[in-house]
Design a protein around this ligand. Structure first.
Ligand SMILES: [Zn+2]
Length: 227
């Protein structure tokens, strides 16, 4: 087997420093993966790992000049590929995920994030709207990043994890939004009914664990995300 199959590297970029992953988010996700024998390195702007340049991302303007985006600029998934070479050295590219933390994804039906499925590019909405990255200690940001990373590894939403899921089915007892951070408000009808809060979706969203379900952990297919 591949001795490095459980080593995972994530380069974290942001459109503005306020959207950076918090130290708590990084520590919590790292700890959860370590508990499952995965060495997950989340490299942020303070990392001195040679070959990675995490932190501020830039985009080319109409004249081809690289500029720092406006703080509220959304980032679409297909914009992540072109920025990878500025942050990830060639020899890191085949196994390194590029996570962009931004104000929003500028993508319909992807309010909180969007990820290649499988693959190595992902975008997250860094804050839960005005409530910030960790409202009421719910670890929104950590769960959101882990959710989109799960899609990179080929995981599906729990209630879509039947035989049609590329990484395999999970038991019906695990197929609910409360069993995994792979649950999605979209599966509960969205966070809002028009302008009214959808209490079920909000309650489920805040009660999800910072964890995958037991079978999802064994179904993770890191190799499928690699070249
Ligand atoms: Zn999802």
């Amino acid at each position: 087997g591949d001795p490095h199959k459980k080593d995972i590297v994530v380069c974290i970029g942001y459109t503005a420093p306020k959207w950076a992953l918090t130290k708590r988010t990084i520590e919590r996700i790292t700890t959860v993966f370590l508990g499952r024998d995965f060495n997950l390195l989340l490299a942020d702007e303070d990392s001195d790992m040679p070959g990675l340049d995490p932190g501020q991302i830039v985009f080319a303007d109409a004249s081809g000049n690289l500029v720092i985006p406006a703080e509220n600029r959304g980032v679409q998934l297909n914009e992540v590929g072109p920025i990878r070479p500025r942050h990830i050295a060639d020899y890191f590219d085949p196994f390194t995920h590029m996570l962009v933390a931004a104000d929003n994804t500028n993508t319909q039906n992807a309010d909180f994030g969007i990820a290649q499925f499988p693959g190595r590019n992902l975008v997250i909405r860094s804050h839960f709207f005005a409530l910030g990255p960790d409202p009421f200690g719910t670890e929104y940001q950590a769960k959101d990043a882990m959710h989109e990373l799960g899609h990179n590894f080929g995981l599906c939403h729990p209630n879509a994890s039947d035989d049609s899921c590329p990484t395999g089915a999970i038991p019906t007892s695990e197929r609910n939004g409360a069993s995994s951070c792979m649950g999605s408000p979209a599966d509960d009808g969205g966070l809002f009914n028009g302008i009214l809060p959808n209490v079920t979706a909000i309650t489920n969203a805040f009660s999800r664990p910072l964890d995958y379900s037991p079978t999802q952990w064994t179904n993770i297919d890191v190799a499928s995300s690699r070249q």
